[in-house]
Design a protein around this ligand. Structure first.
Ligand code: 9UX
Length: 72
């Protein structure tokens, strides 16, 4: 099954940042589609919750040097 989650992403300053995050997330097992919006500082992720979880997604973003928080 597929779930969709929205995150606020902190620390992106140029377009290469959002592209970089997108590329890494789209390579993770369980991620169906990740799109990162620089202007809105958000990420939208469709994923299979049986394969990847919210903390994995946030952790992956943090490992790249940014921060993320699930939208309320
Ligand atoms: Mo642009 Mo982002 O030079 O980490 S890629 S600021």
């Amino acid at each position: 099954q597929v779930e969709k989650a929205e995150y606020d992403v902190f620390g992106m300053t140029c377009a290469a940042c959002s592209t970089r995050i997108e590329k890494v997330l789209n390579k993770q097992e369980g991620v169906k589609l990740a799109t990162v919006n620089l202007a809105n500082e958000t990420a939208s992720i469709e994923y299979n919750p049986g394969l990847i979880g919210e903390s994995d997604i946030i952790g992956r973003i943090q490992k790249l040097g940014y921060d993320a928080k699930a939208k309320a």
